[in-house]
Design a protein around this ligand. Structure first.
Ligand code: CAA
Length: 256
């Protein structure tokens, strides 16, 4: 597939997908989301790739779903077309870790897209928000649910009911992002993190990601039972033997 609104590149075992619609601040139109879904699936299917970075421009990760594309839609249009459902949730189906590297605006669907990733690292220029209320609607790609789980009810209500933005410092304090990086170093740091993950046991990484995600889907007792069962299952992989033997032999493990 030829991409017009994203750029895909590979650095060693890390795939980088860059949203590239600068004149619209990476507004997430249907074509962009179709391309993004295809690129994510391709990176997930590539055995040489161990982790994926999703990023935007220094000015905007993404300023939301495309308002110009949505303006004239009617309810039958949106329902029959499975609007937002169709391509948006693909990122949550990817097996490999997906890191959102956010600089500038991550608003509306942009914030929701970042929250679908496995972790968000933020440039010190990042601004997060769910301003849909200003458009007479509400977040439609998981914002009311994922933001609430990430930062708690009071702050999520504050963001979603007022439409205000939150800077990187507040986002880190609230638990929305894992780290704040100086803007100029954002991609270098993202690649360091992704490279670290890509060098680990792909089986352990996959199971770890699934197990953390279980925390959002099930009860504590069932989540812990899932963790225990998968932890024990990893003793059936050569990577458990290699990891533990390497520790005892005081060398770096080789999970290749
Ligand atoms: N959709 C379509 N176009 C957008 C856009 C969006 N979400 N956000 C920005 N743009 C376009 C602008 O229309 C403008 O294009 P033109 O020059 O052709 O008019 C261009 O990008 C630059 O934007 P601004 O001139 O507005 O730039 P600014 O620096 O003055 O403001 C901003 C930046 C605060 C991010 C402002 O653009 C803004 O508020 N954008 C909309 C944010 C928003 O409401 N997002 C939610 C969308 S709804 C949604 O996402 C639903 C969902 O949950 C799935």
């Amino acid at each position: 597939m030829t991409y017009e609104m994203i750029i895909t590149e590979t650095h060693g075992s890390v795939a980088q997908i860059t949203l590239n619609r600068p004149r619209a601040l990476n507004a997430l139109c249907d074509q962009l989301m179709t391309e993004l879904a295809a690129a994510l699936r391709a990176a997930d299917a590539d055995p040489a790739i161990g982790a994926i970075i999703l990023t935007g421009s220094p000015r905007a990760f993404a300023a939301g779903a495309d308002i110009k594309e949505m303006q004239d839609k009617t309810y039958p249009d949106t329902a029959l077309d499975d609007f937002i459902g169709r391509n948006w949730e693909v990122v949550t189906t990817i097996r490999k870790p997906v890191i959102a590297a956010v600089a500038g605006y991550a608003l509306g669907g942009g914030c929701e897209l970042a929250m679908m990733c496995d972790m968000i690292i933020a440039a010190d220029t990042a601004q997060f928000g769910q301003p849909e209320i200003n458009l007479g609607v509400i977040p439609g790609a998981g914002g009311t649910q994922r933001l609430t789980r990430a930062i708690g009810k009071s702050k999520a209500m504050d963001m979603i009911l007022t439409g205000r933005m939150m800077d990187a410092t507040e986002a880190e304090r609230a638990g929305l992002v894992s780290r704040i990086i100086p803007a100029a170093d954002l991609l270098t740091e993202a690649h360091k993190i992704a490279g670290t993950i890509a060098a680990l046991s792909p089986v352990a990484v996959t199971i770890a990601k699934r197990s953390v995600n279980r925390a959002f889907e099930t009860t504590l007792a069932e989540g812990i039972a899932y963790e225990r069962a998968t932890f024990l299952a990893l003793f059936g992989t050569p990577h458990q033997r290699e990891g533990m033997t390497a520790f005892i032999e005081k060398r770096k493990p080789d999970f290749a």
